[in-house]
Design a protein around this ligand. Structure first.
Ligand code: NOJ
Length: 567
């Protein structure tokens, strides 16, 4: 009997070990002729797992659901998926409150499901990026439960505990970015703990080496399980001023939560963040992995800090400067593209994600939204850099915010109502087809499906050669095949044109021109073929009435023209 138990345990241990290594990423360090690495040519696609595809019909998406859509993603032209947090979590912030970093929330499946997803993705050459919530854990994580249990507990110093300034007064004036004070008094030990986000998301104390070791261990654990990198959540907020000095108040008035406008100089963007990023990067490099950062930079100087001296921090700090351009303005885009091109690392372009109003609504005029969605796709998918798409963007999904406070699921939408309606609007279920619940689930989805699912869904758009989806598929195909788009420099042309954004991508003798009409009227531009060393142009992808004749390109309202230049 004893023998059998030993044998079975050995088998279990072996299969566990196999599970850990079977899908480990084989180091694929191939670079192209320009020395570009896999993440520089890859198209990334963010999946909000609650809302992508529901395999067990409980109204919430899951890992098996994602696995069932891998062929769709491959066909679309996606090379890597970033899955927003799918770890065990009380779901106060829908997964951004992690209670176990080395497991999968049962709502999404199991570790075995993750392994199947990883292996199926690998078969299709799709990499998996996970969301690493490094700033805070859930208040239900065993580390925090121990930390709060007594002032002398083993994990006490894993979080930030302080006495109040006086009775009923928190240690300082810092406000949570999700509203209210950033400190919560815990009655067990009568001290306050710090939380930059919700009170259920206590900040980890990165000044404690044990925290650093634990988090680095988690990073490696997932690499061994086959992930190809991480999107690092909220990296700005890892460190706080050790003296906990008050933040200055910027100007009078209050925000949507009724808090003063403060300058977060003492609790965000502290220089120590960069030591951590350098450390995480070192481990990433050992696994040929990529680090994407949620970096809310205000200018290129800040962006450069996240690349690090000698590019030894984040390979892909997200360029949110681009998402700050909220109108179709060639001049504004030109400015941001030039700035990011002049930065010290490889550009990363994002137009939508789970925290911001979808690009379809930010740029759309209400009448030509589909055309404008194509203009935006042609823009950020033909630039020099790595694009990160957001699920549903490719079918023209619309932001559909709740219409009453009672409907709101995202807690900030309840505390900030009506000024802040929360982020439910950009997290609605993926629209797969025109059947009930848009084919997302057979059960009522956790968020309502927007009415636009009848016209904007994958099945219908695959049949319509003029759809937003078909346009995305074509641009993505071009982006993977066209040498100038892959490796070429960016060169702005017609730089004073207020209506059309146009540029060249040039690699040696290969050239591609992109012309985007950002107005509701026909427009014309000149390419300047001769001056740029080319003789002629041939259309590669254009909207219906956009054509090149000689050196000129005529564009219909919101027209797109992408053409190959020949010498
Ligand atoms: C940034 C994430 O994108 C957001 O969704 C989340 O609420 C906060 N970080 C807190 O983790």
């Amino acid at each position: 009997m004893k023998k059998v138990i030993v044998w079975v345990s050995a088998l279990l241990i072996c299969s566990g070990l196999l599970g850990m290594t079977a899908f480990a990423q084989a180091p694929d360090r191939a670079v192209d002729k320009e020395g570009h690495q896999w993440w520089q040519h890859a198209v990334f696609y963010e999946i909000y797992p609650r809302s992508f595809a529901d395999s067990n019909n409980d109204g919430v998406g899951d890992l098996k659901g994602i696995a069932s859509k891998l062929d769709y993603l491959k066909d679309l032209g996606v090379d890597a998926i970033w899955i927003s947090p799918c770890f065990p979590s009380p779901q106060v912030d829908f997964g951004y409150d992690v209670s176990d970093y080395e497991n999968i929330d049962p709502m999404y499946g199991t570790l075995a499901d993750f392994d199947v997803l990883a292996s199926e993705a690998r078969k299709r050459n799709i990499r998996i990026i996970l969301d690493f919530v490094v700033n805070h854990s859930s208040d239900q994580h065993k580390w925090f439960l121990d930390s709060k249990s007594s002032r002398t507990s083993a994990h006490r110093d894993w979080y930030i505990w302080r006495d109040g300034k006086g009775p009923g007064q928190p240690p300082n004036n810092w406000a949570s970015t999700f509203g209210g004070p950033a400190w919560k008094l815990d009655p067990t030990t009568n001290q306050y703990y710090y939380h930059y986000f919700y009170a259920e998301q206590p900040d980890l104390n990165w000044r404690n080496p044990a925290v650093k070791d634990a988090m680095f261990g988690i990073e490696t654990w997932w690499y061994k399980r086959g992930v190809s990198g991480f999107r690092l959540d909220a990296v700005d907020t890892l460190f706080e001023d050790p003296k906990l000095q008050d933040n200055p108040i910027l100007h009078p008035g209050t925000n949507a939560f009724g808090d003063p406008y403060e300058d977060n100089k003492n609790n965000t963007k502290l220089p120590e963040v960069h030591d951590v990023l350098r450390g995480l990067r070192k481990v990433a490099d050992e696994h040929n992995a990529v680090l994407i950062g949620e970096t809310w930079t205000t200018d290129v100087a800040e962006l450069n800090q996240y690349y690090g001296d000698g590019n030894n921090e984040l390979q892909l700090p997200m360029d949110f400067l681009f998402t700050m351009v909220n109108k179709l303005s060639p001049a504004e885009f030109r400015k941001q593209i030039a700035a990011v091109n002049g930065a010290s690392g490889w550009p990363t372009f994002v137009i939508s994600n789970h925290d911001i109003v979808r690009s379809y609504d930010r740029y759309g005029d209400g009448e030509h939204n589909d055309q404008i969605a194509k203009v935006m796709a042609a823009l950020y998918l033909t630039l020099r850099g790595t694009p990160i798409m957001y699920y549903g963007e490719e079918i023209g999904m619309k932001t559909t915010p709740p219409t009453s406070k009672e409907e709101v699921k995202d807690p900030i939408g309840r505390t900030g109502w009506p000024k802040e309606k929360g982020r439910d609007g950009e997290r609605t279920p993926m629209q797969w087809d025109g059947t009930a619940n848009a084919g997302f689930s057979k059960a009522a989805p956790w968020l309502p499906v927007p009415p636009t699912y009848e016209t904007h869904n994958v099945a219908a758009e695959l049949k319509d050669h003029n759809s937003v989806l078909e346009f995305y598929r074509k641009v993505l195909k071009l982006r993977h095949d066209n040498t100038a788009l892959l490796d070429g420099n960016y060169k702005a042309i017609n730089e004073t044109d207020d209506n059309v954004l146009s540029y060249l991508r040039i690699y040696k003798d290969h050239g591609t021109v992109v012309a985007l009409n950002m107005t509701n009227a026909p427009q014309k531009i000149s390419i300047g073929l001769k001056g740029n060393g080319f003789a002629s142009v041939k259309s590669l992808l254009a909207t219906e009435k956009s054509v090149a004749t000689g050196d000129d390109v005529s564009l219909e309202p919101y027209g797109v023209f992408i053409g190959e230049l020949s010498q």
